[in-house]
Design a protein around this ligand. Structure first.
Ligand code: GDP
Length: 323
């Protein structure tokens, strides 16, 4: 496979970023502005309810964006997902069908829909390839979210097949960066550890407790680097199959904890708490297709951690966030 040719997004093109207040949507907006695309159409969920089909279709008909990034979704951790499967299911299905069919009716030139690596089969072989989608049973705790997201991904392929619409889909891995959730219990491991180590440094605590054995392996991708890849896909990739997009590199939770301690400047002990669950032993995406096609991540874990810690400190100072 050789590198794909670039078909640039015209800098004056009207671009809709759905979900611009979320971590991924926010990073897409920053990336588009950085490359000179300023004609952005942005609506908060209060201004435009994407589960409302009429409102979504009317919005698309009147704005007629040429490009669309669909980064809007109802997201939540394992607990929220297992408590409210009906909500996670219907809201994400409605967003997918309304945004994708509305974009088709409005003649959107190119659309990119965001999936998530947690929608692959629970026991997918590692690293997970694009072709592993829909080959096995899903993780039961987030089945509703996964089924809805899979529907969105497949809709893009079906609109291409039936109508020739240039709709594509991308599958990110575990993301972190500005806009992340740093809640002590409800967040994912990377922001949780930044917060724990930061607070331990301030209080002079002799040790920090890290959940589980420290052995599970995870891939982490800095969200602004993901946004670079998504714009790259928009300018280079057209095809029915979605694309995995990540770093293709993994670290153990123990290695991550050490890196976070170094970034934060914490020199106390790191103690593992094996009474807490490890979760899946390994979660890594195979990024060989997008690599062969010409995109590679540029911001690695250490640099991303530094940027994220700087952002975390800014938020703390400005006191704008509840955490
Ligand atoms: P996962 O990737 O879906 O398993 O989600 P998480 O990011 O929540 O957890 C990843 C791994 O980090 C698991 O093995 C957790 O036990 C471990 N971990 C260690 N300390 C923490 C913590 O403070 N918060 C979270 N969420 N996970 C932690």
């Amino acid at each position: 496979m050789s590198a794909l040719p670039r078909i640039p997004i015209p800098r004056e093109a009207k671009i809709w970023v759905a979900g611009h207040n979320g971590m991924v949507g926010g990073a897409i907006v920053r990336k588009l502005r950085e490359i000179g695309c300023d004609n952005l159409v942005l609506r908060s969920s209060k201004e435009l309810d994407l589960t409302d089909q009429r409102a979504t279709f009317d919005f698309l008909q009147s704005e007629k964006p040429e490009y669309a990034f669909i980064a809007a979704a109802k997201v939540g951790g394992i607990w929220a997902n297992s408590q409210a499967p009906a909500e996670f299911g219907w809201i994400n299905l409605a967003i997918a069908t309304n945004a994708i069919h509305g974009a088709h009716l409005a003649g959107v030139r190119k659309l990119l829909y965001l999936g998530s690596s947690c929608i692959y089969p629970r026991l997918a072989p590692q690293p997970i390839r694009e072709s592993d989608l829909l080959t096995g049973a899903l993780e039961p705790t987030n089945e509703a979210y996964a089924v809805a997201k899979i529907a969105g991904l497949r809709l893009c392929a079906w609109y291409r097949r039936q109508y020739g619409d240039d709709f594509i889909a991308a599958m990110p891995t575990n993301l972190f960066g500005p806009g992340d959730n740093f809640h002590p219990e409800k967040s994912h491991v990377l922001p949780a550890l930044i917060r724990k180590f930061h607070e331990a440094k301030l209080s002079g605590a002799p040790e920090v407790i890290v959940w589980g054995s420290g052995r599970p392996l995870r891939e982490f991708h800095y969200v602004d680097d993901l946004a670079d890849g998504l714009v790259w896909l928009m300018e280079h990739y057209s095809g029915e199959e979605h694309r995995n997009i990540g770093t293709g590199e993994e670290v153990s939770i123990a290695q991550l904890a050490k890196m976070v301690a170094e970034t934060v400047g914490y020199s106390g002990r790191i103690v593992f708490d094996p009474s807490k669950p490890d979760g899946t032993p390994r979660k890594l995406m195979d990024c060989s297709k997008i690599h062969a096609e010409g995109w590679h991540h540029r911001i690695g874990l250490r640099e991303g951690l530094e940027k994220t810690y700087a952002w975390f400190l800014e938020q703390k100072e400005s006191g704008l966030r509840g955490w």
